[in-house]
Design a protein around this ligand. Structure first.
Ligand code: 5GP
Ligand code: ZN
Length: 111
């Protein structure tokens, strides 16, 4: 996806503050954090939004979820954290490359 912001970050064309990288996933700090610690976990495969993921992405999605607590702890969120996936205009999604927000480190408002 040539004009996708997060695909450009994956390709190294736009810099990021990297938290973690594997063959299939990348995690990096959000440029506009909503909490003292705020990073995102994204698949390297361009999936635009959660409701465009398919059964073949089951393992990938599971790995994203399981990675969140490991990285949260590494980033100092020993007391817990919040995960958010915004989907579509109704979910307030701004960047159309699937990403899971992980943030915490301050008292968060109730959802
Ligand atoms: P969404 O609203 O789509 O769930 O979240 C998109 C997130 O991407 C926002 O929290 C925004 O701050 C973050 N973001 C937008 N552009 C960049 C960028 O160039 N670099 C990084 N690291 N984060 C970005
Ligand atoms: Zn993309």
């Amino acid at each position: 996806m040539t004009d996708c912001l997060f695909c450009k970050i994956i390709a190294g064309e736009i810099p990021c503050r990297k938290v973690y990288e594997s063959e299939e996933l990348l995690a990096f700090h959000d440029i506009n954090p909503v909490a003292p610690v705020h990073f995102m976990i994204i698949p390297k495969e361009h999936i635009a939004r959660l409701d465009e993921a398919h059964a073949r992405h089951e393992l990938l999605l599971g790995r994203m979820l399981l990675l969140a607590p490991l990285l949260a702890k590494e980033q100092g969120l020993t007391d817990g954290f919040r995960t958010v996936i915004n989907t579509g205009p109704g979910g307030g999604q701004e960047v159309y490359h699937l990403h899971m927000h992980v943030f915490g480190g301050a008292s968060l408002h109730r959802l």
